[in-house]
Design a protein around this ligand. Structure first.
Ligand code: NAD
Length: 325
């Protein structure tokens, strides 16, 4: 079996490494956080003394780190410790699963190739749940033959894997997808707050939109009001899910790409500002669908469940009964 080094055993990397072990891959891991190391060790990951040590004996090195600066620093090392690129055997396949900018990913790939290795970017969507149940979607950038070699490894951690093209295009696909997601979650939030003020019940609006052209994931899976979709984060006070801070981060990466390309993506930039404010305020640790609370407040509307709800306002006329179409 292919030997794998796994660097970054956090919320995502931990369960991903665990799924590789379950599928029989020998995995050596490293993380700066002792608690993450302990959890990974109890799942069967062999723990190395350093990232370089883990990489020195691997055919594939996977990184799952917070941001681009961490990936580049881990690749390069510092004066005191060798980096992954220097420690790995020649022609090692580096797979970066972190979400980072297209430019940083292309730089990381260039440096890996210059050091005599091969590189793929393979960012994911599907969140911690997807990481735990091997249901992640992978968006992959890099050479076709490297993609083919990585496929059995990615299949052990994911359910949908798409080769998007050259280095960096996996990150490009991820950024474009999350641009749509961020904008649509705001749009659905605005529609529900507007509906509330006009006297529409959440259920009625859900029943209409989920069967109409307003249908989208932000509504039908991540519905931002409690009730219509019982599994959505709104039903558990917006416990994530996908945290507002992560959406703000991804839209910041989209902003970098928008500015770099000069695309006229005004909605994307506005969504980025709104999620940045949400993440800096109440939303850092809450699901990003909780942005509806910010929209409600900015509209001067009472929070859900506030005493005003019992007054004779349009919202009082709201009902939770199903409305036939
Ligand atoms: P996390 O903070 O839980 O995990 C990152 C881990 O990297 C931490 O345990 C940290 O100690 C470790 N780390 C940092 N620098 C290191 C280094 N030099 N060497 C070894 N370990 C190091 O973050 P996460 O939620 O697992 O996310 C990881 C990546 O996946 C991010 O880029 C994120 O944007 C992306 N992502 C996250 C989600 C999600 O729902 N959490 C979904 C899709 C993509």
């Amino acid at each position: 079996m292919t030997t794998i080094a796994f660097i970054g055993l956090g919320h995502m990397g931990g369960p991903m490494a665990e799924n590789l072990v379950r599928r029989g891959f020998p995995v050596t891991g490293f993380d700066l956080d002792p608690a993450s190391l302990e959890r990974a060790a109890s799942a069967g990951v062999r723990i190395a003394d350093s990232a370089a040590d883990a990489a020195s004996d691997a055919e594939i090195v996977i990184t799952m780190l917070p941001a681009g600066q961490h990936v580049l620093a881990a690749y390069r090392g510092d004066g005191a410790a060798p980096g992954l690129l220097a420690a790995a055997r020649p022609n090692t396949l580096f797979i970066d699963c972190s979400t980072i900018s297209v430019a940083e990913e292309q730089l990381a790939a260039r440096e890996a190739i210059a050091a005599g290795h091969r590189a793929l970017d393979a960012p994911v969507s599907g969140g911690v749940l997807g990481a735990e149940n091997a249901g992640l979607a992978f968006m992959v950038g890099g050479a076709a033959e490297d993609y083919a070699e990585a496929l059995p490894v990615l299949e052990a951690m994911g359910a949908r894997i798409v080769h998007c093209g050259a280095h960096g295009l996996g990150q490009a696909a991820k950024i474009c997808n999350n641009l749509v997601l961020g904008i649509s979650q705001i749009a659905v939030g605005e529609a529900f707050v507007l509906g509330e003020q006009l006297g529409l019940s959440h259920q009625a609006l859900y029943d209409v939109m989920s069967n109409s052209s307003g249908q989208c994931w932000a509504l039908s899976t991540n519905c931002p009001v409690p009730g219509p979709v019982p599994t959505s984060p709104a039903n558990r006070d917006y416990a994530p899910g996908f945290a507002g801070a992560l959406m703000a981060k991804d839209l910041g990466l989209a902003q970098d790409a928008i500015e770099q390309t000069g695309v006229d993506a005004r909605l994307g930039l506005l969504a980025r500002d709104m999620f940045r404010a949400f993440a800096d305020g109440p939303g850092a640790g809450r699901d990003f669908s909780g942005i509806i609370t910010t929209i409600r407040e900015a509209s001067g509307a009472a929070p859900l469940g506030a005493p005003e709800d019992t007054a004779d306002t349009p919202r009082r006329r709201a009902t939770t009964e199903r409305t036939p179409l």
